[in-house]
Design a protein around this ligand. Structure first.
Ligand SMILES: [Zn+2]
Ligand SMILES: [Zn+2]
Length: 311
């Protein structure tokens, strides 16, 4: 095998977005099952910017870790405990962002609606679509959000036990936080890449089995998608329902109105068609949220028997 045989698939995976034209709908087989909504495609420029953001974020993270390892004037043993501490906080924050997006707001909101809420709406009704997203598409936005925080982390002095521990905590938090969407995508694969499955089995990152509990209607549990460590403790104290009741009491806004409306529209009304239907590679029952295919394979689930199949 030549070097090109290895580099071209990598280049294609990183840089070439999945292009699907709505026009191809007109030539799909008839009678065709209604396609589920899909993640909005990003253009080549956005894809390229995402690759750049991911590269910058990982370089900053690496330099930050090297700085702590070699330039710290002290390094107390308990600074190592800050690593799981940072991972725990990242998991909790992933749960808060996920819960907020699932529960409040409308996908018609400017910017946030399109880039944050809509993907979560689509993810509930068509979870396998997540596997269609490429690495840069999956991780680019989190990388852009993480870069400023990584820059701020360089301001933490490495001169005392406390500040070094804080630097380790922040680096751990940002490092695992940077990977949140990727970890979430791996959790949707039946066969995660080599090494990742072992991390999942060790419960160092969110596992396939742990995340499955979130994809059961009405999608009100296991919001944490980084390590999954916070899911059980938060469920034990009824954290999200209590918070929702408090917010509803405070504002009068009912939770999940937009998500329920989206679900209703998809399965009982107009279907959002954002891309052409692809050959059905697996059946589309809600209970079958996962695909055995790796994420670079383009795939789409279909409603084959209407809404009843998803109940
Ligand atoms: Zn969700
Ligand atoms: Zn998911």
């Amino acid at each position: 095998m030549e070097l090109r045989d290895y580099t071209w698939p990598l280049f294609h995976y990183l840089f070439v977005p999945t292009m699907m034209s709505a026009q191809t709908l007109s030539v799909s087989r008839s009678p065709a099952p209604a396609p589920l909504p899909e993640h909005l495609e990003i253009g080549f420029r956005t894809h390229l910017l995402s690759v750049v953001a991911i590269a910058i974020a990982f370089i900053l993270l690496l330099v930050l870790a090297v700085r702590i390892a070699f330039l710290s004037e002290v390094f107390p043993w308990y600074a190592l405990l800050a690593i799981p501490g940072g991972m725990m906080l990242a998991d909790f924050m992933s749960g808060m962002v996920h819960w907020s997006a699932d529960t409040w707001g409308s996908e018609s909101m400017p910017i946030l609606g399109k880039r944050l809420l809509h993907p979560f709406r689509v993810h509930h009704v068509n979870p396998a679509d997540f596997l269609r997203r490429r690495f840069a598409d999956t991780n680019g936005e989190v990388a852009w959000l993480t870069i400023p925080l990584l820059c701020v982390a360089f301001l933490i002095p490495l001169t005392s036990n406390l500040s070094v521990t804080a630097a380790v905590f922040v680096t751990s938090f940002l490092g695992i936080g940077l990977m949140t969407n990727q970890i979430h995508q791996w959790a949707h694969m039946r066969r995660a890449p080599m090494g990742i499955r072992q991390l999942q089995q060790l419960r160092l990152i969110l596992s396939h089995e742990d995340h499955e509990t979130h994809h059961r209607p009405p999608y009100v549990q296991s919001y944490c998608i980084t390590t999954g460590w916070c899911n059980r403790p938060l469920a034990a104290i009824n954290f999200y329902p209590r918070l929702e009741r408090f917010i509803t009491w405070l504002t009068g806004i009912q939770p999940r109105k937009d998500d329920e409306a989206f679900h209703q529209e998809v399965f009982h009304g107009t279907v959002h068609i954002t891309a052409s239907p692809q050959p059905n590679v697996e059946s589309g029952g809600r209970g079958q949220m996962y695909s055995s295919a790796p994420c670079m394979l383009s795939e789409t689930l279909h409603i084959s028997q209407g809404a009843a199949e998803y109940r």
